[in-house]
Design a protein around this ligand. Structure first.
Ligand SMILES: Nc1ncnc2c1ncn2[C@@H]1O[C@H](COP(=O)(O)OP(=O)(O)O)[C@@H](O)[C@H]1O
Ligand SMILES: [Mg+2]
Length: 261
């Protein structure tokens, strides 16, 4: 059965999409079967791996599911430009699902029920999310076994982590997903040339000490990230020997080790 990992934090530009993509690529490089689910209507992940929306789309699959409880996610899975990585792509229409889900029975469980029948075909299902709390993010947190919280190494970034942890507590306590496990906070876009960025990392480590794990691996800022995405590649393909590719490989190791803990 796949480990289902959601990547979420209520802040744009934190590194959710880049992390979903490149952690997926790193796990696939190790031989694991990976499915990425683009659950952000902005569709950045889909565009970054050159996936295009067909018929049906993720949105129409959700709409049908709400009406019939027929799990049709298999119909929208596509290969991506990253070796051994499949994707469920999305587009801006997924915004409508947020509204539709509000009126649905067991509305927080739709994504979980959709992923359940396809999960056995994968080792990892990684879910990318949007930066606003709503039914989509709630669904992504209910569907997941585990959560990765990216934090951009910058001033005040820990605030959004604290907010995310409050939401996780609510999801756990309410019984929506009592076993949701925070795998860790991932410090991203570290710029070693600025004091602020370096301090943000050590501040995060001390601030969250004992409350939530912070991954040992951190992701440095590199212009190659945007370049790789523009070419439809992972950073592991585009700059295989670079620091950031190495850091995502190390992150994959930490994620694999966490299963044993
Ligand atoms: N390690 C990195 N170095 C440089 N730019 C990065 C890095 N990670 C992400 N970015 C860039 O920062 C922007 C936001 O990252 P993204 O992963 O899309 O965040 P989110 O999905 O949380 O909004 C993107 O333009 C992406 O290319
Ligand atoms: Mg994103």
């Amino acid at each position: 059965m796949a480990r289902i990992i959601t990547v979420a934090v209520p802040k744009g530009g934190a590194g959710k999409t880049s992390t979903t993509l490149n952690l997926g690529a790193a796990l696939a490089e190790r031989g694991y079967r990976v499915l990425l689910v683009d659950f952000d209507p902005q569709g950045n992940l889909s565009l970054s791996v050159r996936a295009t929306i067909g018929t049906p789309s993720l949105y129409t699959v959700i709409k049908t599911f709400i009406a019939t409880w027929e799990p049709g996610l298999a119909q929208v899975i596509q290969p991506s430009t990253i070796p051994n990585v499949d994707i469920v792509p999305t587009d801006v229409w997924l915004n409508e699902a947020d509204e539709d889900l509000r009126g649905a029975d067991r509305r927080e469980y739709a994504l979980q029920k959709l992923v359940e029948p396809i999960a056995p075909a994968y080792d990892f299902v990684l879910i990318d999310t949007l930066p606003y709390f709503g039914m989509l993010v709630k669904n992504a947190l209910v569907a997941a076994d585990e959560l990765i919280i990216p934090m951009q190494a910058e001033f005040l970034a820990t605030q959004s982590i604290a907010m995310m942890l409050k939401l996780v507590e609510r999801i756990q306590r309410s019984g929506l997903n009592p076993l949701l496990r925070v795998l860790g906070v991932l410090v991203t876009q570290v710029d070693l040339r600025t004091n602020m960025s370096r301090q943000a990392e050590s501040y995060a480590r001390s601030e969250f000490l004992g409350r939530v794990p912070v991954f040992q691996s951190t992701i440095k800022r590199t212009v190659r990230m945007a370049e790789s995405q523009a070419l439809g590649q992972s950073i592991l393909q585009y700059d295989s020997d670079g620091d950031v590719a190495g850091a995502y490989r190390a992150l994959a190791e930490e994620v694999l080790r966490a299963a044993e803990a």
